[in-house]
Design a protein around this ligand. Structure first.
Ligand code: GDG
Length: 734
């Protein structure tokens, strides 16, 4: 297997390598690609020992092994490493799963989406092949940047094998809303695959928001602003709108305008059409159903019907670049486009004018620039598009400041190109009206708009985009370090175990839910198991053990009454010591009758929530409710309750997916202070997972081992992942 080993490099991974391999009978040539991604990544790739991992474009079974070695060597000379993929992989993983399932679904084309089990298997296999090559080339301290929808599983595959690697992932296409994404048969696997990354980047805030919404609802993970708590990691999610190589487009346009350069045939031909009262309208896209090509042609027809005075005055120059022509929907689109162009040209053409010039091919870069600089208007109207770089390129080439960009609201680019004429591509009336507006826009207005757009594109170009992403990715190391510094493992853990063994008067304070047992949908299902009893029995023999919980006295009596453990229930109202219940606090409960109706209103308007009535408190549980609705409802409930509780000596506790109202003068911290005065302990350990446990951490003396379960913000000195690890730790102590 191909292998290049260097220190601290960035490994870029994308489905295709940024190069073209051409093999004919006598020669093998490798030329670099000039696409947006290749340009954007150029400096990252060139820096130090950076490498690029991807497919070469040649299936491994279509080339003999001697030639394959030669191809690999040449690719390696270009600082690239190829992933060997067979024709079958390409058929099932790329053309199949990537382009017949992910691409249409992520672009909201559900009717084009095929879910095939064997293609999903191929997708997993191909992602594993990429992982293998990346891991083979990976050294400690390296950074990996994975690109796009073909490699959604790759981040986790790398993280599983190399947990310390810093991994970034960028999605170049939209992330669909939860309602669309939830239809995906392997939705949880896809999300989990992506969550192997430390930073996830999207073109727009909307895609980011959709992604987070799916993470919350499907994986039920906690999200704080743009950070996801995932096991012992915090994953950052952010938007980075991809730019273009502005200077390259601007300078080439400048060159084409200069007197000294010979005009290309294409340019001359275009200019023949350009007289004072005639205008060229340009569209350029890959031939893809997301780009709205048939829609655009129909809208253009509508325009000519509505404003017939523009017949013979305008021409639509439409470049459609062949793409994925093996996939049936693309073949259908090509047929439909051919027919539409034929029909409309037939309908309107005169001896001296055809309304649409249609090219179905790819043109050299210089011709592309000629198209941009010769067109008065760019008509970029995708039905759905991650970003759309063509819109940005058109603007960059307008060196005289004239020209109008008509841009679909459905393109990610519309979010940062407000000075364009933004349209909904499905509203033909508005489409035609804006086209007329563009055709009649005063030059001064054109210049003002283009100038604004150019300024932004120049400032946030593709290199800046790549740098910003990598800067953010680098910053995730600090989050990781902050977790590592508090994580109870290695030396910290050994020290704790040693101390426990050596000390005589030991106090162990343990919260129950979320600390000793995981959360259940219904709190009554979280009973202690045999293994836990065994563990606690032994711990009890070696220390003063106190289970300290917000649970009610009756439940704990049922579960633990037969054991010699000390129990504190109701957040500190009752203490069970030497098999006797002692009431520590005398509390009123008359407030419940006025608070309960409020909670009932919230329960009724928030499906899957319920109220738990305890002896001294009321709790509203929302664990299985829709997380986004629950978030809004908790804010509302807090507002309503805050005004009521203040004057009634009550307080609101924000627990783990629960809001609890109880008397202000009880909390777990008060019990801790009380317990501490009773004896002269030389070892104190406090474990808890939730906001209510912070009171215990606060009251514990400086010398205590305070340990928070989970990796959210805490006053505790150490952090540990989950109840499983808590049990492992306790096992080690005894
Ligand atoms: C995906 C997302 C996102 C086009 N025709 C020719 C040619 N091009 C170049 C353009 C432009 C690029 O191809 C097309 O980029 P887009 O952004 O418009 O679209 P996708 O290919 O669908 O790209 C998209 C992008 O990823 C980046 O994240 O913006 O939303 O779908 O650069 O100039 N270049 C040449 N000849 C052509 O005939 N030389």
């Amino acid at each position: 297997m191909a292998q290049i080993i260097f220190m601290n490099k960035t490994i870029i991974v994308s489905n295709r390598l940024p190069l073209q391999v051409a093999i004919d009978e006598n020669s093998l040539t490798i030329t670099p690609s000039v696409g947006g991604l290749a340009t954007g990544m150029k400096s990252v790739h060139a820096e130090g020992n950076g490498i690029w991992v991807g497919w070469s474009g040649i299936p491994e079974d279509e080339i003999d092994s001697a030639l394959s070695i030669e191809v690999d060597t040449k690719i390696r000379n270009a600082k690239c490493v190829s992933v060997p993929l067979s024709s079958e992989d390409i058929e099932d993983y790329y053309e199949g799963f990537s382009n017949r399932a992910l691409w249409p679904l992520f672009h909201y084309f559900m009717e084009y989406t095929y879910f095939e089990q064997h293609e999903w298997e191929a997708y997993k296999r191909a992602n594993e092949k990429f992982a293998e090559v990346v891991i083979d080339n990976l050294e400690d301290g390296d950074t990996v940047w994975v690109h796009d929808y073909q490699l959604l599983l790759l981040p986790q595959l790398i993280k599983d094998k190399k947990p310390n690697t810093t991994i970034g992932f960028f999605l170049h296409i939209p992330f669909p809303s939860y309602e669309i994404f939830r239809t995906f048969p392997w939705r949880a696997e896809i999300l989990t695959g992506m969550l192997g990354a430390d930073l996830l980047g999207f073109h727009t805030y909307d895609y980011e928001r959709h992604f987070l919404s799916s993470v919350k609802r499907i994986l039920r993970l906690d999200v704080n602003f743009n950070e996801i708590n995932y096991h012992d990691r915090i994953i950052k999610v952010d938007s980075f709108p991809m730019g273009i190589d502005y200077d390259k487009f601007y300078n080439t346009a400048l060159k084409h305008h200069s007197e000294t350069i010979k005009k290309s045939d294409l340019r001359k031909r275009l200019e023949e059409h350009l007289t004072e009262d005639k205008k060229l309208i340009l569209s350029i896209d890959r031939m893809d159903y997301t780009k709205g090509i048939p829609n655009r042609i129909k809208a253009f027809e509508y325009f000519l019907d509505t404003y017939p005075e523009y017949k013979e005055k305008v021409r639509l120059v439409m470049l459609a670049v062949p793409s994925r022509s093996n996939v049936p929907q693309y073949q259908k689109l090509k047929r439909e486009t051919d027919e539409l162009v034929g029909r409309i040209n037939g309908k309107f053409a005169t001896v001296s004018w055809t309304p649409i010039w249609y090219y179905y091919r790819s043109l050299p870069f210089e011709d592309l620039i000629d198209l941009y600089i010769s067109s008065d208007i760019a008509l970029i109207t995708p039905i759905r598009d991650g970003m759309n770089l063509v819109a940005k390129e058109y603007v960059a080439t307008r060196i005289k400041g004239d020209g109008v960009l008509i841009l679909s609201e459905m393109a990610g680019a519309s979010k940062e190109m407000n000075e364009a004429l933004l349209i909904n591509p499905n509203n033909f009336q508005n489409f035609a009206w804006n086209l007329k507006r563009a055709l009649t826009m005063p030059l001064e207005e054109q210049k003002t708009r283009i100038k604004f757009l150019q300024k932004r594109l120049k400032r946030y170009d593709v290199e800046k985009w790549a740098k910003e992403f990598l800067k953010s990715l680098e910053a995730t190391k600090q989050i990781k370090n902050a977790i590592i510094t508090k994580k109870l493992s290695g030396d910290y853990e050994n020290h704790l175990i040693e101390d426990f063994k050596n000390k005589k008067k030991k106090l162990v304070l343990l919260d129950y839910d979320g600390t000793l047992v995981g959360f259940k949908d219904n709190p009554q299902d979280a009973q202690p198991d045999e293994a836990l009893f065994k563990l606690l029995d032994q711990l009890q023999e070696q220390s003063t053990l106190v289970l300290i919980s917000g649970r009610d006295k009756d439940t704990f009596q049922r579960w633990f009454g037969h054991k010699p453990y000390n129990l504190v229930t109701d957040h500190g109202v009752w203490l069970y010591e030497k098999k006797e219940w002692v009431q520590l606090e005398r509390l009123k409960t008359d407030w419940m009758q006025s608070i309960r109706p409020i909670l009932e209103t919230f329960r009724d308007s928030t499906p899957s929530t319920f109220i738990e009535t305890k002896n001294y408190s009321l709790a509203w549980h929302y664990r299985t409710a829709d997380p986004e609705l629950a978030k809004i409802r908790t804010m509302e409930l807090n507002t309503v309750l805050t005004s009521m509780v203040a004057n009634n000596g009550l307080s609101i506790l924000q627990g783990n997916k629960v809001i609890e109202i109880k008397s202000s003068n009880v909390n777990k911290g008060r019990v801790v202070s009380r317990l501490l005065t009773q004896n002269d302990y030389d070892f104190i350990m406090v474990l808890g997972d939730d906001w209510t446990d912070e009171y215990m951490f606060e009251e514990a003396p400086e010398s205590a081992y305070t340990i928070k379960v989970g990796f959210t913000k805490t006053k505790a000195k150490y952090q540990i992942k989950d109840p499983n690890q808590v049990r492992q730790l306790l096992q080690k102590l005894i």
